[in-house]
Design a protein. Structure first.
Length: 243
């Protein structure tokens, strides 16, 4: 593949976002990695990959979303793919309803739902201009099952799943919109979840947790899968079969 296709990956400083950016770069894309800050891993990738740039931005800010897209268009003149990976959560037991304040709800929804929407809308005209643009939203199995780090997080990811289908219905045929629903993936977020890791490794059909690279491969596939839209694809080792 010639290095002509351009993607934005949000929440790209670590974990799934960073792995997705690396996979796209390895397969010939130019990639703008967007995040609120930098990590050593992000700086290392930028140093190694001339087709990667970092664009600071908070998806909860509509202005930042527009600026990220504008920066990419100024640099490369086009946009073919958007991976909405940026997200946040709060670690609250689902039964502890009194700990879920309005501020918790607003912070999670602002990033996970409103941020996904704002970034998609900001990118839409540029994606349409290619005639074959694609959006991949990173949801979660928590959006499909009553699991997850907190109740607001699970609700936010359910909203992302539904948003994916609704948006796909109205932006085709120029733009496809799909989502992925990761289960237990080895990222900085899940590093402390030893009990959950042990349970899933013992009980899911694949008897292990997932790696960011595996999620990255799926996200990259959906960016170029020309006859798939409006779908949410689970990548969870069969977690949904037991929970």
């Amino acid at each position: 593949m010639e290095k002509t296709q351009v993607a934005i990956v949000t929440g790209a400083s670590s974990g799934i976002g960073l792995a997705t950016a690396q996979h796209l770069l390895d397969t010939g894309w130019r990639v703008a990695l967007s995040s609120r800050g930098e990590t050593d891993e992000l700086r290392d990738l930028l140093a190694r990959c001339p087709d990667a740039i970092h664009v600071r931005g908070d998806v909860a800010s509509e202005e930042d979303c527009r600026e990220v897209v504008s920066t990419v268009l100024d640099r490369w003149g086009r946009l073919d793919g958007l991976v909405n990976n940026a997200g946040t959560t709060a670690f609250i037991d689902h039964a502890d309803v009194h700990a879920v304040t309005g501020d918790v709800w607003r912070r999670i929804l602002d990033v996970n739902v409103v941020g996904t929407w704002q970034m998609s809308v900001a990118a839409l005209d540029a994606l349409r201009a290619t005639g074959s643009g694609a959006i991949v939203n990173v949801a979660s199995v928590a959006g499909l099952r009553p699991v997850g780090s907190s109740l607001p997080y699970a609700v936010s990811k359910a909203a992302v799943v539904h948003m994916t289908g609704l948006l796909a219905k109205v932006v085709g045929p120029e733009v496809r919109v799909n989502a992925i629903a990761p289960g237990m993936i080895e990222t900085p977020w899940t590093s402390q979840w030893s009990a959950a890791r042990e349970f899933l490794s013992a009980n899911t059909p694949l008897r292990r947790t997932g790696e960011p690279d595996e999620v990255a491969e799926l996200a990259a596939f959906l960016l170029t899968a020309g006859y798939i839209t409006g779908e949410t694809v689970s990548i969870d080792g069969g977690m949904k079969l037991i929970l």
